[in-house]
Design a protein around this ligand. Sequence first.
Ligand code: C5P
Length: 297
Amino acid sequence: MSVTVRVPAKVNVQLGVGAARPDGFHDLANVFLAVGLYDEVTVTPAEELRVTCAGPDAASVPLDRTNLAARAALALAGRRGIEPAVHLHIAKDIPVAGGMAGGSADGAGALVACDALWGTGATRAELLDICAELGSDVPFSLVGGAALGTGRGEKLAPLEVGGTFHWVFAMAERGLSTPAVFREFDRLTEGREIPAPEADPTLLTALSKGDPEALAAALTNDLQPAALSLYPELAATLATGRQAGALATLVSGSGPTTAFLVPDATTATRVAQALEDSGTCRTTRTAAGPVPGATIL
Ligand code: C5P
């Protein structure tokens, strides 16, 4: 017997970042959109906890207990006083260290899969609690759709979305570490007054209307200067997508994946091709959102 859970990637259509807090985290106004690019986590009973991974980026996925999928299984088993004796297999399609919440997706997926396999009957609230312990973006991977994340990003309020938004994502040659990007943000903003981050009402209206042009005009990412500072080559990728017809370009989360909002699926294919031809990225994917969060298949 096994359980498979499919979990989407995310793009941040707004990533408002405040000053570093005493605990080292930053207060955020984080508008998440789940997009149709997925990891699948399959859990099967086993002698002991084991993680395997397949997919283009599998070689850079840790298979020990630092993997968020393993940590999710350990957290739920620990709460129930049971042995986490499972094999977790991750079929990975979301880029690793890419700013698209791939690790978080695996954590949320493993949690939902173990809950179903073990019949632990955790409530949605308990699952969200465990997700928040695992990482700031993990609760959103569970719920999907679109949501405003505040606090360190883990306090979620669902958002209405009035249509489907089409995207192209360009994967970079190497990854960026999220803590390193936040440290660079701190360095770049040192000595400056940083206002408390707030969701942009214009952006929320664009989402609720399903209006890609209005959303394009409102996209922002306060981590973008830090990601570009650590990975200057991304500027050429952004420029290429813009010239090829994207309505707007942005670094996804802490990067280095770059995101291109396009009016429709046809433009998505054209922009993706132009990016691939330019040699300014490793590979591209097209995806639309919002899509549902962690789902048992
Ligand atoms: O919560 P998560 O483990 O995903 O965070 C990874 C790192 O990103 C944190 O250790 C911290 O350096 C940074 N971070 C932050 N503020 C947030 C979320 C993450 O500084 N709101």
